[in-house]
Design a protein around this ligand. Structure first.
Ligand code: ADP
Ligand code: MG
Length: 659
């Protein structure tokens, strides 16, 4: 008896279905992608019971003629892949003619479709992949696919499904990602009869972000646009003060298809290095455009994880693109006032977790509980159909309900080929990696690398003189022994003197390169540590030496300090070492580089003027001058803002001069 048989097509489809169709969200993703490929301007996704019993995708795309509709459900049926060369596109675009067949194999499907110019459309009904009904039907141009009772004939798969609510949110998130990738298409999402999302489809990414992630998230975004040869990156990233507790809001696309990639995550986060707190993550919506041939096609098409053939270039393009955007963006954090009742309502964030306390700078006592409590369902806000223009004007203070950071349209910056060539030249001639990296950042961020500056110092005077007219300011004074007050134009700026000085120190330390300048102590100093602290410090002597600390073991937890970084006072050395020991023992820093950063934060902090202590007004004025003239002084190394802005309008509103 023959042992080798060809699999029954139905069985083959079931196997394939397991790969493509994992859960309702994957069905939704495939169907929406088909609608996008069909040129739809509007796509509606509707689910019931998390998409398990009912999932409908309606589009106004090109539709299918009857023959095509029937063939579309066969395995390997596709209109998108004709030649061998098209295969290159598989990795990025996921065409392989399998989604409809795979979905139909494990569910009951209804299809309604009509093409322009035909009077009658077609209705198909399929169960377990078999066409049971094929008839004329009246329907609009476009395609509607209803998938019912997913996995009804594959109980094993059914068992893997999570609660309806979880499956439902996975579908929602798949739709949101597509909506952010295609601002030119209007997306609607309905769950159990209730509308949850509508995007404007006006082609502006910021409008899509507004609709999907909410008003607050949109207001916190900075535009990114950068290009290198054939690779370009465009989109938005959050300000360093608006980071999140998870990576869930890092949304990447390659050629408009949602992807996950360690390289992209790393490149993004590297751009925020030393600007945000450990354990906080930037959010982004970034689309990379790359030649199809540079994406590794060996990756499973149904998986969203991508690999690039030229990881380094991709990394650099994203890293320097984002870094440049952060440097160019206005670093001013606006004073936040608690919203009034009605505004609080329009403001609730449906999709994002509550803003962490450190992200806002409250000016008044929090409103009474009763004012907070009545946060209505967020839907209303979600549903507003606004164009980017409307959004921008709404965000302007005159019309905004709440005085918040205006969504300034920053000028886009493209890294030109010339700049990259300059960079390449510098890299070739550069003797060491360190200075070349600095040069690279200089080119990309368009900021001038400063020479080490001390406060007070004569170098600053020159710098203050060089400041353009618009940046002139009046030093008003200091309050609470901590905040410098400065008037500039129509704004009052409050500068945290410690945070500012800390950042300046940190930048100076970074500029020193791998070896931090040390000062030999006239009399070596004996310091007592906990046994483990001393042990971990001794184990990391090389690192400490590079940081400017030279120490010897005296036994029993005692260390003899011979040299300390020249920036810090002798009396601060011991506590600095204690902190560094703490980083070494249980720091959440994973790499040697980050560890070094953390140690430099400590030194920068110890070397900084302290909040709560008296500081010479002349020093304070110089400090303010630096903060206002330098691009790199926006956040302290831990991610706290250095400067907070109070505008004339905000003040006038508080004093009820205007409403
Ligand atoms: P693929 O998208 O890889 O080609 P699918 O199984 O997803 O494979 O779809 C098969 C074919 O059915 C597509 O190539 C397309 O021609 C047609 N099709 C599917 N969905 C739609 C739609 N919404 N509008 C028009 N044509 C569609
Ligand atoms: Mg498809």
């Amino acid at each position: 008896m023959a042992k080798v048989i060809q699999l029954d097509p139905h069985v083959a489809n079931l196997i394939a279905a397991g790969e493509v169709v994992e859960r309702p969200a994957s069905v939704a993703k495939e169907l929406v992608e088909n609608s996008i490929d069909a040129g739809a301007r509007m796509i509606t996704v509707e689910i019931q019971n998390g998409g398990m019993t009912f999932l409908r995708v309606t589009d106004d795309g090109c539709g299918m003629v009857r023959e095509d509709a029937k063939t579309a459900f066969l395995r390997h049926a596709t209109s998108k892949l004709r030649r061998k060369e098209d295969l290159e596109a598989i990795g990025t675009l996921g065409f392989r003619g399998e989604a409809l067949a795979a979905t139909a194999a494990v569910s009951k499907v209804d299809l309604l479709t009509r093409v322009e110019g035909e009077l009658e459309g077609t209705r198909l009904h399929l169960e377990a992949g078999k066409i049971l009904v094929c008839e004329d039907a009246g329907c609009p141009v476009g395609t509607t696919i209803i998938v019912r009772d997913l996995f009804y004939n594959t109980p094993a798969r059914m068992k893997f499904m999570k609660r309806d609510s979880l499956e439902g949110s996975a579908v929602f998130s798949a739709v949101q990602k597509q909506a952010l990738a295609h601002p030119e298409i209007t997306f609607r999402f309905l769950k159990d009869g209730e509308a949850e999302l509508q995007t404007s489809g006006d082609g502006e990414l910021l409008s899509a972000i507004y609709a999907v992630l909410g008003r607050q998230a949109a207001g916190e975004m900075i535009p990114v646009e950068s290009q290198w040869e054939k690779i370009s990156v465009r989109g938005y990233v959050t300000r360093p003060t608006a980071t999140r507790g998870t990576r869930a809001y890092q949304i990447f696309y390659v050629n408009q298809r949602p992807v996950r990639s360690k390289t992209l995550t790393a490149a993004l986060e590297e751009a925020y290095r030393n600007q945000i707190m450990v354990g906080r993550f930037p959010a982004c919506v970034l689309n990379l455009t790359v030649p199809l041939s540079s994406v590794d096609v060996n990756v499973h098409p149904a998986k969203v994880e991508v690999k690039f053939l030229n990881e380094r270039e991709i990394f650099d393009c994203v890293h320097y693109g984002v870094k440049g955007a952060l440097n160019r963006a206005s670093g001013q954090v606006q004073m936040q006032f608690p919203p009034r009742k009605a505004e609080a309502a329009a403001h609730t964030e449906p999709m994002l977790p509550q803003t962490a306390a450190h992200e806002t700078v409250p000016m008044q006592a929090a409103p009474k509980a009763s004012e907070h409590a009545a946060a209505p369902k967020p839907r209303t806000d979600f549903f507003q159909h606004r164009t980017a223009e409307e959004y921008r004007s709404a965000a302007k203070p005159e019309r905004a309900g709440k005085p918040e950071r205006p969504a300034k349209a920053e000028p886009m910056h493209t890294v030109t080929r010339w700049e990259y060539e300059q960079l390449a030249k510098t890299l070739e001639t550069a003797p060491k990696a360190e200075p070349s990296k600095a040069t690279k950042e200089q080119i990309f961020s368009k900021t001038t690398l400063h020479s080490p500056v001390q406060i007070p110092g004569d170098a600053d005077e020159q710098q203050a003189m060089d400041m353009p007219e618009t940046q002139r300011f009046r030093f008003v004074g200091e309050v609470l022994h901590t905040y410098i007050i400065v008037e500039q134009g129509d704004e009052v700026l409050l500068i945290d003197k410690h945070a500012a000085h800390e950042r300046i120190n940190f930048e100076r330390l970074l500029a020193q390169g791998t070896q931090i300048l040390g000062q030999t102590l006239l009399t070596p100093r004996t310091c007592r540590f906990e046994q483990e602290e001393a042990a971990v410090l001794l184990q990391n002597r090389d690192l400490l030496l590079s940081l400017g600390f030279d120490l010897d073991d005296l036994g029993g937890g005692d260390l003899l300090l011979r040299q300390i970084p020249s920036d810090i006072r002798e009396s601060d050395a011991e506590s600095a070492l204690s902190e560094i020991a703490d980083h070494l023992q249980n720091g959440r820093v994973d790499t040697a580089e980050r560890l070094r950063d953390a140690a430099l934060h400590t030194i920068a902090c110890k070397a900084a003027i302290k909040a709560g202590y008296l500081t010479d007004p002349i020093e304070l004025e110089k400090l303010a001058g630096q903060v206002l003239s330098r691009d790199d002084l926006k956040y302290c190394p831990h991610g706290r803002p250095i400067c907070v802005v109070l505008t004339r309008r905000q003040l006038e509103k508080q004093f009820k001069r205007i409403t």
